[in-house]
Design a protein around this ligand. Structure first.
Ligand code: NI
Length: 164
C-alpha cells in the first residue's frame, strides 16, 4: 500500500465527471487499499478517487463504528428528509461550512469484486455518501454551503451540543 497525493479544489480533475469502473482487477484493489491508507492518514470521513487524481466512480466512507464502505459505481436510489450540519473536505483544507442534505439515503454500489450491495444510511453516514458521490460528478460541497463557519463558531456550536 502507498499514500496518494490528495488534490485540492483549484485542480481541474476535481471538477470533471468520473467514468464507471469496468475492471475489478488488482489495479482497482491497489487503488482502494491506497485510498484507505490515505484516508486514515488524513483522518477523514471519506475519499473519492478523483481526489487522488483517478477519474473513476469509486469512493470510500468511514464514519467510525460502521466500518469502511467501498463503493464502486454507486447509484443513489432514494433520499428523504433533511439535515443541516457542518461539512469539510480533504480537498478544501482549513474550511468548514454548513450544508443541507437529505437525512436518509438508500444507495446501491459494487464491492471490489463487482458484487452489488445496498446500504441504507441516515445522518452522518448519509451525508458522507452524498458528499463523496458528488465528487464523482465533479461537484464539491463548497457549491452547497449556505454558511461558512469560523473555528470560533464551530467551537461554540459543539459547546451548545454539550449543553443539551
Ligand atoms: Ni470531499
Amino acid at each position: 500500500m502507498a499514500l496518494r497525493n490528495i488534490m485540492t479544489e483549484e485542480q481541474a480533475t476535481l471538477h470533471k465527471v468520473s467514468r464507471p469502473v469496468t475492471k475489478f482487477d488488482q489495479k482497482l484493489h491497489d487503488l482502494l487499499d491506497d485510498m484507505a491508507e490515505t484516508l486514515e492518514k488524513a483522518n477523514g470521513a471519506g475519499l473519492a478517487a478523483p481526489q487522488v487524481g483517478i477519474l473513476r466512480r469509486v469512493f470510500l466512507v468511514d464514519v467510525g463504528d460502521e466500518g469502511v464502505f467501498e463503493m464502486i459505481n454507486p447509484e443513489i436510489l432514494e433520499t428523504s428528509g433533511e439535515q443541516d450540519d457542518l461539512e469539510g473536505c480533504l480537498s478544501v483544507p482549513g474550511k468548514w461550512g454548513m450544508v443541507k442534505r437529505p437525512n436518509y439515503v438508500r444507495v446501491q454500489a459494487q464491492d471490489r469484486f463487482g458484487e452489488w450491495y445496498e446500504v441504507e444510511a441516515e445522518g452522518l453516514l448519509a451525508r458522507c455518501i452524498l458528499h463523496e458521490n458528488d465528487h464523482l460528478d465533479g461537484h464539491l460541497y463548497t457549491e452547497k454551503v449556505h454558511k461558512w463557519m469560523s473555528e470560533e463558531e464551530i467551537a461554540a456550536m459543539y459547546e451548545e451540543d454539550e449543553d443539551e
